[in-house]
Design a binder for this molecule. Structure first.
Ligand SMILES: [Zn+2]
Length: 198
């Protein structure tokens, strides 16, 4: 008798990025979180591998861990300084990011013409992990042919959601994800021409 073909379950770090949520990982309100030095952050159950992987949804805690500790979003292991890569990151001048509202988040002494590598919520990956990671991403995100080396310095920008305190019902800001922005040594003298049109 022929054996039925049972597909192997998807493996974290091989088929499924370490950073994504699984369907059993329910939101768990807000509370202090070490990923943001004890600030209030959005929390989520930690049960990787349980239920179904939700490729389009980062796990709140793992995403913050990945940026805070420079962990590869695919395998969850630390990336060394000389092995950090991003395809989805975009080069953008500091002045343009400030015009988009990141004013307080960038160091005040960073010139407006300094070119940054805005990686959004996707921490840089090991070179060896990029093909598997990109297979798991929506193709619309993997359009840039250039795999960019992540610069040796960067800033982390917390993104906030509004949460309600359970006792008082008062609105409090809670960190959801962390945005990571690399700081290159390049300058863009024409950065003003790239400002958003008003
Ligand atoms: Zn990796």
């Amino acid at each position: 008798m022929r054996q039925p073909v049972v597909p192997a379950p998807p493996k974290i770090g091989v088929d499924i990025p370490w950073v994504v949520s699984w369907s059993e990982e329910a939101p768990a309100g807000v509370g202090p979180c070490p990923t943001v030095d004890g600030q209030v952050a959005a929390l989520q159950a930690w049960k990787p591998g349980q239920g179904k992987p939700l490729n389009a949804r980062n796990h709140l805690r793992r995403q913050r861990d990945s940026v805070r500790a420079m962990l590869c979003p695919m395998c969850g292991e630390p990336t060394p300084d000389d092995d950090r890569w991003s395809r989805t990151g975009r080069f953008v001048a500091a002045g343009v990011l400030r015009a988009r509202g990141l004013t307080g988040a960038l160091p005040a002494d960073l010139d407006d013409d300094r070119v940054l590598l805005d990686c959004g919520s996707i921490a840089p990956l090991h070179f060896r992990c990029t093909p598997a990671f990109e297979r798991a991403l929506p193709p619309s995100l993997v359009t840039d042919p250039d795999l960019k080396g992540f610069p040796p310095s960067w800033v982390v920008v917390p993104l906030y959601v509004e949460a309600r305190q359970s006792v008082t019902g008062k609105a409090v800001p809670a960190v959801s994800f962390l945005q990571v922005v690399g700081i290159t040594n390049d300058r863009d003298p024409d950065w003003r021409s790239r400002l958003p049109q008003v």
